[in-house]
Design a binder for this molecule. Sequence first.
Ligand SMILES: C[S@@+](CC[C@H](N)C(=O)[O-])C[C@H]1O[C@@H](n2cnc3c(N)ncnc32)[C@H](O)[C@@H]1O
Ligand code: SF4
Length: 367
Amino acid sequence: MTEPVRHLYVHLPFCASRCGYCAFVVEVGGLGSRDDYLEALTAELEMEAHRLGAIETVFLGGGTPTLMRPRRLRELLDRVRPLLAPGAEVTVEANPETVDGAQLVELLEAGVTRLSLGVQSFQPSLLATLDRAATPAMARDAATCAREAGFRSLSIDLLFGVPGQTADDLASDMEAAIDIGPDHVSWYELEMKPGSALAASGVPLPDEDLTATAYRDIVERLEAAGYRWYETANYARPGHECRHNLAYWGAADYLGVGIGAVSTVGGRRWRNAPRLEDYVGRLSRGEAPRRTVEVIEGAVARRERWMLGLRLDAPRDLGWAGPPDNPAALDRLAGLGHVESDGGELRLTREGRFVQNAVLGELMEFA
Ligand SMILES: C[S@@+](CC[C@H](N)C(=O)[O-])C[C@H]1O[C@@H](n2cnc3c(N)ncnc32)[C@H](O)[C@@H]1O
Ligand code: SF4
């Protein structure tokens, strides 16, 4: 019998269009299937509910969850509410062009505690490169709307390393982001996803030195504005760290429901197949979604813990992570000033965090 699961991810895949850089499991258009999908999702949740204990965090991610009718999201959250631990964090991802005041109030009333707005950039030219629907003004309005509705925890997502992004663009994005006054910022480096329209366009990513400088600039500017660089790509005002993502980085078990959703429970990881009609059909017949399963144990689990644990600024217990594949590398990395250990705990130094992948590559042997 495995421990009860305390973290729930719900995938809401509908999007108005697919952004050129995105390779997530999304369903473009197809809004007519939303109710059938939610019914199937609820059936999967009920099928898996025996695995859940008092849920500490819920994350409604997408796709574009704010394309769902708020009343329907409320019904979904009504099912989850009896399972929530006191003070649970409930996050909803939102695209700025899809939010309005009444909807946000309804989400708050349904028990949502945290809104994560996908801004990506405040530069019209970069938003065009990324195929984003929202203008910078819409992003600002959505943030204002969230505060007026009463959201006390607001996060925004941004990207760096976007083709064509200049140092001036980045400086302007940093000021605009801080000006909005979010409690949390996720600032990711753009990944060129194989099969995405951006990759197919052949446009090159910016030079590595430029992105490395951009990363340092972001860390320094956000820290100066009072945000803690608590994870590789995440920054928070005190008390606003994303507890759901902290659970992932701490290798906690989690349940994911919906198409493409991933679950990791008791050393088994399963991923639901991405096709919506198949998912809806199977659940309507009382069958589990089509899934692929892998076992996460031994060296695979150990390497994953190192990979996740080193993302955080907090020291990690070496007993938790298990020994690295190349223990001799630890002394060398300490000599270079990239890692520091104290008793049984280890962490990356500030400099080490900027070369995290290289440090990890020295310590662990990934296939
Ligand atoms: C899957 S999206 C869902 C949220 C929402 N639909 C949106 O677009 O804002 C969550 C976040 O993933 C990030 N993301 C998506 N594709 C990415 C990529 N290729 N590289 C880096 N980050 C990416 C974006 O910052 C985005 O806000
Ligand atoms: S980035 Fe967000 S809005 Fe764009 S396609 Fe992906 S999930 Fe949908």
